[in-house]
Design a protein around this ligand. Structure first.
Ligand code: PLP
Length: 467
């Protein structure tokens, strides 16, 4: 498999060549030249496989330059009951016939990003060892990405993590989860700004190609291709869990921010998994919902601070991958559209033939507000005795609006309620349970650096600490 850039300006590369990088060399996103298409027989053989077998079947098609036995060992070491609290890895809970929750948040940081990040940590270790190389990971997080990355890279040789987060904008639990890490290869940088400022700094540093090369800067944010690949697996897992035959179709509702999770669903569908609808759920930061309703993509100058903070995104970094497919994989069109976006503008596809294809790809969307979140958390608790977190609530709210008779609906659970206890308490008048090993989390000593929103300040810090 060859990897190209969505903007057409990168020579073809292999999976391991793009594994450690962030953006493509021309500022676009990396994408396979063609999605592997599974035959009926291949799909039939996958039904009944456990998580590790499924992961191997999916990922080997994208990571085809890693010897099969090595990849198998990496996957077996990653997806264990010890790390994900059960051998199911991503268990499916049935609320009533045709309505399901796909549990993606049983990894170390209690959010879905662990599923991909834990694999990434082991892939990085493998490739760096092979190449006798090192990497300094620079990332931006509004909460879950950062902690998932840090827990995946904890104590790994040849890896340092420099993680930017918006000062004071994460929940106390998320903050403590990251800032309490004392391992010397982890650096938390709290930026005086919002998440988009952090993301802009990462882009600015990564666009300085000379600095990037000299200091071996890599990325693990949601544009990392291997992460998207790892996320494709659980769409297969859930599909087989809620159907009895591959002639059935299933819809997925996905709490969305940077569009990485639902992009994986799109790829699963392109691979031939019988997906009916991919329902994109946003919070009040509704840039994606607006696009799927109207065809206009208008990144916002302001990001609202909401009670589903991991979806507080006003520019969806993975969206370019989907638009590449939407415009018939024409890099010139993507380049033109993103020139507008990067110049602070927007684009509108409503009057183009491309927009009609959104429906063919199965996409639909909706928005959820703080009041919707509270109501959904309450309803789910009263009706099914199930406590869900705020992000999952956004997905359930929008998913139920699009539910169709005869089509199973799977709502992706992207975090455990313990991470967002303040809102759980507001909704239910009681606290969320949390795993016993995390009881004293907020009381642990914290280690972090406060910094102005400046790419230069961040560069100086990296130079001083990456030696
Ligand atoms: C990251 C995250 C999301 C959004 O996922 P994207 O891949 O960025 O769309 C939703 N919920 C939670 C809890 C997250 O951590």
């Amino acid at each position: 498999m060859k990897y190209l850039s969505t903007r057409g300006g990168m020579p073809p590369k292999t999976f391991t060549e793009i594994l450690l990088g962030g953006l493509a060399t021309d500022g676009g996103l990396t994408i396979p030249d063609v999605y592997p298409r599974l035959s009926r027989e291949e799909l039939a053989a996958m039904r009944g496989m456990n998580y590790r077998d499924l992961a191997f079947e999916v990922i080997r098609r994208f990571a085809d330059d890693i010897p099969a036995a090595d990849l198998r060992a990496i996957i077996d070491k990653t997806y264990t009951a010890e790390v994900f609290r059960s051998d199911d890895i991503t268990p499916v809970k049935t609320l009533e016939p045709g309505l399901h929750i796909l549990g993606l948040s049983y990894g170390p940081t209690l959010a879905f990003k662990d599923v991909a990040m834990q694999l990434l940590g082991n892939l990085f270790e493998y490739v760096l060892e092979q190449e006798n190389a090192e990497i300094n990971i620079l990332g931006a997080t509004s909460g879950d990405t950062g902690s998932a990355a840090e827990y995946a890279m904890l104590g790994k040789k040849r890896v340092k993590v420099f993680m930017l987060s918006p000062l004071g904008k994460m929940s106390p639990f998320q903050t403590a989860q990251m800032f309490s890490l004392q391992e010397p290869n982890i650096f938390n940088i709290a930026v005086k700004g919002v998440f988009d400022d952090c993301q802009d700094i990462v882009k600015a540093v990564s666009n300085d190609l000379e600095f990037k090369a000299r200091h071996k800067i890599g990325a693990v944010n949601s544009i990392n291709w291997a992460r998207v690949t790892a996320q494709v697996v659980y769409y297969f897992k859930a599909y087989f869990a809620v159907t009895e035959s591959n002639d059935e179709k299933v819809s997925f509702s996905v709490p969305s921010g940077n569009f990485g999770n639902v992009c994986a669903g799109h790829i699963a569908k392109e691979m031939g998994l019988p997906i009916h609808k991919l329902i994109v759920a946003t919070n009040e930061n509704d840039v994606l919902d607006e696009f799927f309703r109207t065809g206009a993509y208008r990144p916002r100058p302001e990001t609202l601070h909401t009670s589903s903070p991991s979806m507080d995104i006003s520019k969806a970094s993975n969206f370019e991958r989907f638009v590449y497919d939407l415009v018939g994989r024409d890099p010139a069109v993507v380049k033109d559209l993103w020139q507008k976006v990067e110049g602070g503008g927007s684009f509108d596809l409503s009057t183009t033939p491309y927009f009609a294809r959104v429906k063919e790809f199965g996409f639909t969307s909706g928005e959820s507000t703080h009041a919707n979140r509270l109501e959904t958390i309450r309803n789910m608790y009263q009706k099914y005795g199930v406590m869900i977190d705020t992000h999952t609530a956004d997905g359930v709210k929008v998913g139920l609006e699009h539910r169709e008779t005869g089509i199973p609906l799977v709502c992706l659970e992207t975090a455990l309620p313990a991470k967002f206890d303040e809102t759980i308490h507001e909704a239910l008048g009681r606290h969320a349970e949390r795993p016993a090993d995390l009881a004293d989390l907020e009381k642990r000593p914290q280690r972090y650096e406060v910094m102005d929103s400046s790419a230069d300040a961040v560069k100086r810090f990296i130079v001083a600490h990456c030696a």
